[in-house]
Write a new protein. Structure first.
Lengths: 205, 106
């Protein structure tokens, strides 16, 4: 039995508070924006937003979250199992998406299916690459706003397909919306937890 | 001195180091996670730097927490962790409190 099992509720509350800084939202938003810009320009430079956002995530956590909220080590069990589940889940989804992308055109679909795929292919791509990972994050970390992002990742491309907009537009809208939410949460977080320069020294300081 | 009434004896036996709202909160947070720093506890428990420092010293002297200092990018960081003795003390305290409440309500 986990030594912390009796305090699971408290641990969960702390974990949720730790994720209210909006930095995870920024990570998702920047990735979606980069993906949209890649679709718009065909420039692979924008795909590097993924790596950039990961570096940004670590930097912001170290420079903003920890000095204000404080440092918390949740213990190896929780951290490793969550990271592994999320990584394996997202990896599997990306793999399935690429596999589907490679197989579907070779299956000689009927003209009606082909037309439907042409019109709504972004729903599948966006759903797999952003929707499901957001839903996994929401489920595992208990961050309910990520359910909304998952819904938007499917809903916006569906609307885009219905109205025949450019395929990058729903993705760009999603990216900008999530990034803006991340910035707003980060601003709220910095107001709620102002930086205390002296607090670090603590006991016998 | 607490009443010598046998039924209320568990109240007298309560660990006074833990039986203080601030220290109990500190220990609960430390029991929930692996280790935390001073800023985190200040934010969560809502104590001033001086008060928190004083409570942590009490807990450290009782052997319930261990306190380590380190430097991250030349900035001092105080890390606090619950010791095994502290974990046992919380468990004992919970059992004692349960007994007290059961005794009072029975």
């Amino acid at each position: 039995m986990n030594k912390n099992s009796d305090f699971e509720k408290l641990q969960r509350r702390v974990f949720l508070a730790y994720q209210q800084d909006g930095i995870l939202d920024l990570l998702v938003g920047i990735n979606a924006t980069g993906f949209a810009l890649f679709m718009l320009t065909d420039s692979v430079v924008f795909l590097s937003f993924g790596a950039m956002s990961a570096i940004l995530y670590i930097l912001l956590k170290q420079r903003i979250t920890i000095p204000r909220f404080g440092y918390v080590d949740f213990g190896r069990d929780r951290t490793v199992s969550h990271r592994l589940t999320i990584l394996v889940g997202i990896g599997a989804l990306v793999f399935i998406t690429f596999l589907a992308g490679a197989i579907l055109p070779r299956m000689n679909p009927s003209p009606a299916t082909k037309a439907l795929l042409d019109q709504y292919h972004m729903v599948i791509i966006s759903g797999m690459v952003f929707g499901l990972p957001c839903a996994i994050v929401a489920l595992l970390l208990g961050l309910s706003r990520f359910y909304l992002y998952a819904l938007l990742a499917v809903g916006l491309p569906t609307l885009g397909g219905l109205f025949g907009t450019e395929t990058y537009l729903p993705m760009l809208t999603l990216g900008l919306l999530v990034t803006a939410t991340g910035i707003w949460l980060l601003a709220k977080f910095t107001q709620r937890y102002p930086r205390d320069e002296e607090a670090g020294s603590g006991v016998r300081g | 001195m607490v009443s010598a009434d046998k039924d209320l004896q568990p109240i007298a036996d309560l660990d006074r180091t833990i039986h203080s709202p601030a220290r109990l909160m500190i220990l609960a947070y430390l029991a929930a996670v692996d280790r935390v720093d001073f800023i985190f506890l200040m934010n969560q428990v809502g104590l001033t730097r001086g008060n928190l420092s004083s409570h942590l010293t009490t807990l450290e002297e009782a052997g319930y927490v261990s306190i380590q200092k380190e430097f991250v990018d030349k900035v001092p960081r105080t890390l606090i962790r619950l010791t095994d003795q502290g974990r046992d003390a919380i468990q004992t305290y919970r059992e004692q409190m349960r007994t007290v409440i059961d005794e009072l309500l029975s």
